[in-house]
Design a protein around this ligand. Structure first.
Ligand code: ADP
Ligand code: MG
Ligand code: ZN
Length: 616
């Protein structure tokens, strides 16, 4: 339910078309009748002549191809009509019979009339109908698609406290962000408190962070907490078909906001309109630039003390135009980062309130296993767990449901119908144990949590899940190297046992390369380049794209370094597996039989003395 649009019931467009068509039909059939023909008897020409000769005909009217005449029949005058013939004697004949003759005279006058009736009036009706329609559309502007006619009107939705219903309590974690936003809410409620000291609120606050971390949710929570009108619009809604329309929308939005002050304006995904303007060159996107300029102007224009606060959210702060970020515009930047362990646990709990769960569910364990997950993913995990419980006919979700749903979110659903040949299954088992064994035999590696060789819809034929006991904020060079070694462990096991290699390691290769590359280009972990950045991260929140910032020669050296680093770790992995080849066989066989084993099972087998040794 939105405030501020009392829109009348809108009839679908076709209703108006039907009305127009009916009106034209009526015009044609009623207003422009040719001649009332109902009572006229059509006769043939010879009958007409006979009547003339017999003196029955009194009046004759020639109208184009027809002759209308009045004949006396049985003492009554009957109107008749016949097709005119090319008869030169007719006039003479009629005169002799003493008939009144006349030429029909509708020609001039009624031509004029018929033009008016059949052209001018329908067109006028169409024009009037069109104008009335467009006026109706304009006035019924609110939210929702206004159609082509609503150019220049913003689609900002107005939320009020009671309708949004989302409070800060619904946003778990993100305490810093909440604190900063609370201040804004407080300012809107007690502006005099700030005015007394002379402090002025920032005009705008920009929520930045990776996708799914709750930026939009936070903005909605602000709307729920602040008891003021809340205008919410997405950046893409400013993008219009015609140049200048986006700017008009911005103008309209701020006009509305000024009228409703104190209020909050929220622009989601502001990067759509706030992208850096490129200087000169081809004028890439005039429309977007105009929209941005208008936004900048409006932000300068309005009076901050009136209590209009502008919130915006983006996951691409790097691409925003610097003019947007300068003081006086979005001068407060509120980071909304991926949740930490504590935050993940809280988010899980918030969402788990909506579903029925078993008492035994350990949220701390789930939070640990879901390292790196965003708020949106965690919400998804909870929902998947509930769905799984329903699928299995249970009344509540259990720990196992949650663990499986983490895997679903990470790796996709189990692909039960994919049948691996026994040989393939064996290779996958050795491959996964290779990863796990290398991880376990190194210090500073996260413990193995679960190993499975059940194929997933993501395409993974199996995977090894490692779960850190505690959260890492710093990674040492050794830890990163160990990670690379662990990634190469799968392939190493294949080489060692089957003396051949498969395509199964493509994902491992990707990940190992990414870490190795980052170590050298960004973390300064090579002797050669010292603390010089070879790459710049251009987009920290969306996949961390980076661009090279070094000469061509350096790139060559750099590539070589990356290869050396990875192959060094590959050798290390091979050595570890070679040294533990007995355990490798034993564990792979166990995994092959069981398909899924837990970290505890894995460690139990790994730490048990080798059977051969027992016999000795
Ligand atoms: P974005 O940062 O991309 O705007 P959203 O705010 O749209 O992310 O979050 C998507 C969904 O993820 C929310 O609707 C909510 O269910 C969940 N979510 C994300 N972060 C949190 C959080 N901190 N607390 C609770 N739920 C969250
Ligand atoms: Mg969002
Ligand atoms: Zn692998």
């Amino acid at each position: 339910m939105n405030l501020g649009d009392k829109k009348p019931e809108k009839k679908p467009l076709y209703v108006y078309y039907i009305i127009a068509i009916v009106v034209i039909f009526l015009l044609n059939f009623l207003v422009v009748p040719t001649i009332q023909e109902g009572s006229i008897i059509t006769t043939d020409y010879s009958t007409f002549l006979n009547n003339v000769d017999r003196g029955n005909v009194t009046d004759v009217t020639v109208d184009g191809d027809y002759i209308y005449y009045v004949a006396r029949k049985d003492g009554r005058d009957v109107e008749c009509k016949t097709v005119a013939m090319d008869d030169p004697n007719l006039v003479e004949r009629l005169r002799q019979a003493g008939v009144n003759m006349q030429e029909a005279e509708p020609a001039r006058q009624s031509l004029f009339l018929s033009i008016i009736l059949s052209y001018v009036i329908p067109i006028a009706i169409f024009i009037l109908l069109g104008r009335w329609l467009s006026k109706k559309m304009m006035s019924s502007m609110g939210d929702g698609p206004g159609g082509m006619m609503s150019f220049g009107k913003s689609n900002a939705k107005v939320y009020v406290k009671s309708t949004s219903g989302i409070k800060f309590a619904d946003v778990a974690g993100e305490d810093e962000a909440k604190e900063l936003l609370t201040e804004i809410v407080d300012y809107l409620h007690n502006p005099h408190k700030y005015a007394e000291i002379g402090a002025s609120m920032p005009k705008g606050a920009l929520l930045v962070g990776p996708p799914g971390t709750g930026k939009t949710l936070l903005a909605k929570a602000v709307a729920g907490e602040a008891e003021v009108p809340f205008f919410s619009i997405s950046g893409s809604e400013f993008v219009e078909m015609f140049v200048g329309m986006g700017a008009a929308k911005v103008r309209d939005l701020f006009k509305q906001a000024n009228e409703k002050a104190p209020c909050i304006v929220f622009i989601d995904e502001i990067d759509t309109i706030g992208k850096k303007r490129d200087g000169g060159g081809f004028s890439g996107n005039d429309e977007r630039e105009q929209t941005l300029n208008q936004l900048l102007t409006e932000m300068d224009g309005f009076d901050g003390s009136k209590g209009v606060v502008i919130l915006a959210a983006t996951n691409r702060p790097d691409s925003l135009d610097p003019a947007l970020l300068r003081p006086g515009r979005f001068d407060r930047r509120i980071p909304v980062e991926l949740p930490d362990l504590q935050g993940r646990e809280e988010i899980l709990k918030v969402h788990a309130k909506k579903i029925k769960i078993a008492d035994t569910v350990r949220f701390d364990e789930i939070a640990k296993a879901a390292a790196g997950a965003s708020g949106a993913e965690l919400a998804n995990i909870v929902n998947e767990a509930a769905l799984r419980a329903v699928r299995d006919g249970r009344k509540f979700a259990t720990q196992a449901d949650f663990e499986e749903s983490i895997e679903v979110v990470i790796a996709g659903y189990q692909k039960k119908n994919r049948v691996l040949s026994n040989k393939e299954k064996l290779i996958v088992a050795y491959h996964e144990i290779g990863h796990a064994l290398v991880a376990a035999k190194q210090t500073d590696s996260a413990p193995v949590h679960k190993i499975t060789i059940i194929p997933r819809t993501s395409g993974a034929l199996g995977y090894t899940m490692q779960v850190d006991e505690k959260e890492h904020f710093l990674m040492s060079k050794e830890e990163l190297e160990n990670k690379i070694a662990t990634f190469t462990g799968g392939r190493a096991a294949e080489e060692l046992i089957f003396h051949t290699i498969t395509t199964g390691a493509s994902n491992d290769i990707e990940q190992a390369t990414r870490i190795a590359r980052a170590m050298i280009t960004r973390y300064g972990m090579s002797d050669e380049f010292d603390m010089v950045a070879m790459e710049n991260v251009t987009n920290p929140y969306l996949g961390g794209d980076s661009s090279l910032a070094c000469s061509f020669e350096t790139q060559t050296v750099l590539d070589k370094k990356v290869v050396d680093l990875v192959s060094g770790q590959h050798q290390k992995a091979l050595k570890i597996l070679q040294d533990n080849i007995g355990k490798l066989h034993e564990l792979a066989k166990y995994l092959y039989e069981h398909e899924t084993i837990t970290g505890e099972e894995f460690m139990k087998i790994l730490e048990a003395p080798m059977p051969e040794l027992q016999q000795n």
